[in-house]
Design a protein around this ligand. Structure first.
Ligand SMILES: Nc1ncnc2c1ncn2[C@@H]1O[C@H](COP(=O)(O)OP(=O)(O)OP(=O)(O)O)[C@@H](O)[C@H]1O
Ligand SMILES: O=C(O)C1=C[C@@H](O)[C@@H](O)[C@H](O)C1
Ligand SMILES: [Mg+2]
Length: 165
């Protein structure tokens, strides 16, 4: 059974929707950021401020490789997983990639205190402009996150029917 890999901007809903999708279809869910933090026994913001983003990206690739070895699992990735094509190539071998497409306006209204790259609010637009084409390019399925969580979960299930469900 293939994995379901959620990609998208920070605060687009990957963790929340991954969790509720998992309840609904009975697949386990793993959050790549949490997995990395547990394996490293540190929080991501600490890795960013001490060793820098490049080191974090190396760790991210290492743990995405481990996660890609799972089967029938929902994997919520970090918002920057698309920065390296290598990450996506790895994830696509065993998974179907779902891009959660949420507007920058909706994202900007969330609380970003635990998102190191969004401490400067101007960075949200910059990240979006850099990444939107990558999320679209790498997605097998694009789901607009513009309704309640329940509706979005149903949209994902409908779009996966006949593919992996
Ligand atoms: N459709 C929605 N309706 C209401 N709230 C939403 C919706 N989608 C996301 N949210 C809210 O937006 C916030 C950010 O969502 P979440 O933490 O799941 O994003 P994420 O993509 O996992 O972010 P990160 O990349 O930082 O891990 C949460 O408080 C979540 O409840
Ligand atoms: O958008 C990003 O580049 C990031 C998003 C988070 O999920 C974490 O993976 C980390 O803070 C980097
Ligand atoms: Mg998350």
């Amino acid at each position: 059974m293939k994995n379901i890999v959620l990609i998208g901007m920070p605060a687009c809903g990957k963790s929340t929707i991954g969790y509720w999708l998992s309840k609904k279809i009975n697949f386990p869910v793993l959050d790549a950021d949490k997995y990395l933090e547990e394996k490293e026994n540190r929080v991501i913001s600490d890795i960013f401020s001490n060793e820098g983003e490049e080191h974090f990206r190396e760790l991210e690739t290492k743990y995405l490789k481990e996660l890609s070895e799972k089967e029938g699992t929902i994997i919520s990735t970090g918002g920057g997983a698309v920065k390296k094509k290598e990450n996506i190539d790895i994830l696509k071998k065993t998974g179907i990639v779902v891009f959660l497409d949420r507007t920058i306006d909706a994202i900007s209204k969330e609380n970003h205190k635990n998102r190191p790259l969004l401490q400067n609010p101007d960075n949200l637009q910059k990240l979006y402009d850099e990444r939107i084409k990558l999320y679209r390019r790498y997605a097998d399925i694009i789901i607009k996150n513009d309704d309640s969580i329940d509706v979005i979960v149903e949209r994902i299930i409908t779009s996966l029917k006949g593919k992996i469900l």
